[in-house]
Design a protein around this ligand. Sequence first.
Ligand code: MN
Length: 245
Amino acid sequence: MPKKSKVTRKRATPAAQQQLTEYRRKRDFSRTDEPRGGGARKGKKLQYVIQKHDASHLHYDLRLEQDGVMKSWVVPKGPSLDPTVKRLAMEVEDHPIEYNAFEGTIPKGEYGGGSVMLWDRGTYTYGGSDPDPIEGLRKGYEKGDFKFVLNGKRLKGSWALVRMRRPGKPQWLLIKHKDEYARTSSDVTGEHQTSVTTGRTMEEIASGASWVWHSNRAEPAATPATPPAKSKGSAYQRLMARRTR
Ligand code: MN
């Protein structure tokens, strides 16, 4: 098979199965229709999804496929198209790739209780300069400077996730890079209030619950994002300058 330049993935690996341990530990698959995950997938493009989740605190779950699982971040305020804005993104447990199709309602009192909407969905590619895109993504994740280009229905263009050096669970910042998809005065989460796949509102999803999620664990509470900096430069550039000092 000829080698393609675009980012590809292999079938689910033992490593991917290992990475889903925490996801599975939190869930009882005799009680939930959620995917157990780790199955093989035919598509070769890397998957991207954002789920809007009306749990104890409304938040957005950003998921980006890497090495057979969906790396996942809770973004309390959701994405911003403004390159001067940094949005807090708290890394949480890897999810199965099959989770990208989930939209529905989790019963109150269960893990992440509330409605889940597929807010945006699509694919992504590597956004850095490493000649090997898969290695570039791996190194970017390890270094905490993860550059990616979204090809969703609602979000497109160049983005970065930058990890902050703090103890405890990894906290990252989600930042839009300057490109033709950047917009300084916009409210993309306010503009899009319905499901990207079913067109349903949160209320319609809540009334159409059709499956049960069971867990004994509480989802980490969302915390407010840091306010955007006042200066006019790119948030990403200022952040990286600080990191290298
Ligand atoms: Mn969530």
